[in-house]
Write a protein that binds this ligand. Structure first.
Ligand SMILES: O=C(O)CCC(=O)C(=O)O
Ligand SMILES: [Fe+2]
Length: 317
């Protein structure tokens, strides 16, 4: 593994969910969102045993022959994305795309489950796959509910506007091939980007590579490593949450650098309902600090962002 290409280490706040003072936990989460938009979540109640099963099944899926994976290829938001399918808007036009493959699924229930049916691997190939992933989805939704509640700047706001819809989240399994290019230049498993939605919850297999850039306007960009804390989730704020809070909560740019070793991670994106219009919260603007972003319908916003980043994206939105 090439450790020397890693940058300086960033100390992110660690939020321990087992602490009894719920009020101060909420305050700590809010502060972390104001400061970096990134924090660790420990003692979160998701068992090690479940995490092991999820990573095992994820590996089983990515190990399948390409033909078996291409049967499930993504046309819209859900399904399999082969290597180099995703490319960040910040990448150069000559870059071939990120050296990662992905598999995305969501809830089978509700309108979104009908509109974007999940593409499950066949039970003959992977008998435990679907039940493991459905169990993970349900478990992390409870956890994300706790985080969303802590961020609720106006009581029950997210529920009222369709911001917290437990059927609109998606789980993305990722496998980074770990390749390094021969010229010794940095190689990205995931090129620089910010997440589109509200909140992202990330678990990794312990292989390093995640980096954040706290100030995207500073040239050249300064990248800092997010070290792995065993058993902890990394949580970060996405762009729609930044828009809702008028930039108070920060959607921080991040990337995954190849360190010459295969890497697996599982990201859960908590997104608003496609029909939810995201506009600056009253409590986050004033005469001296007017709204910085125009209102946007979530479905339209995602359509625009996915069309920019995914080569094989096609949907009526
Ligand atoms: O795999 C990781 O560590 C980060 C993944 C990520 O940033 C994403 O999928 O948006
Ligand atoms: Fe991300």
């Amino acid at each position: 593994m090439r450790e020397e290409i890693m940058g300086t280490v960033l100390q992110l706040p660690i939020i321990d969910l087992s602490l009894p003072e719920k009020l101060s936990t909420s305050q700590l989460i809010r502060q972390a969102c104001l400061d970096h938009g990134f924090f660790y979540l420990t003692n979160h109640g998701v068992s090690e045993e479940l995490m092991e099963r999820v990573f095992r099944e994820s590996k089983n899926l990515f190990c399948l022959p390409l033909d078996d994976k291409m049967v499930m290829v993504r046309r819209d938001f859900r399904g399999y994305s082969p290597l180099y399918d995703e490319k960040s808007v910040s990448s150069s036009s000559t870059s071939k795309g990120d050296s990662k493959e992905m598999f995305t699924f969501g809830s089978s229930e509700g309108d979104l489950g009908q509109l974007y049916p999940n593409k499950w691997p066949s039970e003959d190939l992977l008998p435990l796959w679907r039940q493991t992933m459905e169990c993970y989805y349900k478990t992390v939704m409870k956890l994300l509910g706790i985080v969303a509640l802590a961020l609720d700047l106006e009581e029950n706001f997210f529920e009222r506007v369709g911001g917290f819809n437990d059927q609109a989240a998606v789980v993305r399994l990722l496998r980074y091939s770990g390749e390094l290019n021969s010229s010794g230049q940095e190689t990205c498993g995931a090129s620089a980007h910010s997440d589109f939605g509200m909140i992202t919850l990330l678990a990794t297999d312990g292989v390093p590579g995640l980096q954040v850039c706290r100030d995207k306007d500073k040239e050249p960009n300064v990248w800092e490593d997010v070290p792995v804390i065993k058993g902890a989730f990394v949580v970060n704020i996405g762009d729609l949450m930044e828009r809702w809070t008028n930039g108070l909560f920060r959607s921080t740019m991040h990337r995954v650098l190849s360190v010459g070793k295969e890497r697996y991670s599982v990201a859960v994106f908590l997104d608003p309902d496609p029909n939810c219009v995201v506009e600056c919260l009253e409590s986050c603007c004033s005469e001296t600090s007017p709204p910085r972003f125009p209102p946007v319908r979530t479905g339209d916003y995602f359509h625009e962002r996915f069309s920019q980043s995914l080569t094989s994206y096609s949907t009526s939105g």
